[in-house]
Design a protein around this ligand. Structure first.
Ligand code: PGA
Length: 327
């Protein structure tokens, strides 16, 4: 076999896996953390891969890592190679007549409050199945969807695409919140707060790329209103705590508010709010479902929604009990 062929020069599948991790996590340090490797190991493996391809695969802009055109081409191939192995895995599992393997999900941040209830019940029914789920904001999950690595994606604002199949899971209400001692919270007895008044209060907003932000912006644009954004914060929990500490008001999913600390937080009755959306399970039409993915879809169709609701109710009940015990 001639050594001039690329496949002979390129090192190992592990190098492609490392390249994919760097692509998904945007930095060598995060990829190293996720893969339980040291940063020098990741850099060295990437260097070997670049050498094998005789072209640089990435460059640094400050602390940001950017892929070159060759890097993007290598990522595309790495995804295809990974897909081939997944199909082989599926085939082997099918030949063995087993539902074993890994269920891969990518979910937006707010979905992390209910997806574990689903996975918990599903894995009790199918103990041989492992789960792996990636959490990110809407934009990050759309990026993963484009590379089609996971079996399923959970969004409340899925991108419009003919390539997707979708199933509605449950409603997601985005509610207005303020610190308890905020003037808007104090005047609750006087009736519904006009949206225009809420928009004037200093607002804590999620980052660009967030589905929550996308929903808020679309809703307010329909009303012809704009927010008075005071601060951009990349996490629902951090926004909740910032509101509690008096930094401003916000709009967050009810699931974020239902659990965890919320002392000093008021949910406001504002005109034209809450924003009502839904959670969707999405998957790629053209990607064959693995036996594991098919079992999961079947499970969701049969009892998934009830499990989510029961899990959320149980969790809410336990949480309220603990709060009452503390009081
Ligand atoms: P995000 O998720 O705000 O974390 O992106 C919520 C959504 O997609 O609605």
């Amino acid at each position: 076999m001639s050594e001039s062929r690329l496949q002979a020069r390129v090192g190992t599948l592990r190098q492609l896996e490392i390249l994919l991790a760097v692509y998904h996590h945007g930095s060598i340090s995060e990829a190293a953390r996720q893969l339980h490797l040291t940063q020098p190991t990741v850099s060295m493996q990437l260097r070997k891969l670049s050498d094998g391809m005789s072209m640089p695969l990435y460059y640094q802009v400050g602390r940001q890592l950017q892929l070159t055109e060759a890097g993007h081409a290598a990522v595309k191939t790495a995804i295809e190679v990974q897909g081939c192995f997944e199909r082989l895995d599926m085939k082997l599992a099918g030949l063995q007549g087993l539902t074993t393997g890994t269920l891969n999900l990518a979910i937006v941040t707010t979905a992390k409050y209910f997806i574990p209830h689903l996975i918990g019940d599903f894995s009790r029914k199918f103990p041989q199945i492992d789960g792996r789920f990636h959490v990110g904001n809407r934009q990050q999950i759309i990026k993963r969807l484009r590379s089609g690595e996971e079996d399923f994606y959970v969004f409340s604002h899925p991108p419009e695409s003919d390539a997707l199949e979708m199933m509605e899971l449950l409603p997601n209400r985005l509610q207005a919140i303020a610190p308890l001692d905020h003037v808007l919270a104090q005047r609750a007895e006087q009736g519904v707060i006009p949206l225009i008044e809420f928009c004037q209060a200093p607002f804590l907003m999620r980052e660009e790329g967030s589905g929550t932000r996308h929903a808020i912006e679309m809703h307010l644009a329909k009303q012809g209103l704009q927010l008075n954004i005071r601060m951009t914060i990349e996490s629902n929990e951090a926004i909740k705590h910032s509101v509690m500490s008096g930094l401003g008001v916000s709009i967050l999913s009810e699931h974020t508010l239902a659990f965890g600390e919320r002392q000093g937080l008021a949910v406001l009755d504002v005109d034209h709010l809450p924003i009502i959306s839904h959670w969707y399970l999405a998957w790629l039409k053209d990607k064959p479902l693995s036996p594991v993915a098919a079992a999961f879809l079947n499970y969701i169709k049969q009892s998934g929604r009830e499990q989510i609701m029961a899990g959320l109710d149980r969790r809410k009940f336990e949480f309220e009990q603990t709060e009452q015990d503390k009081a």
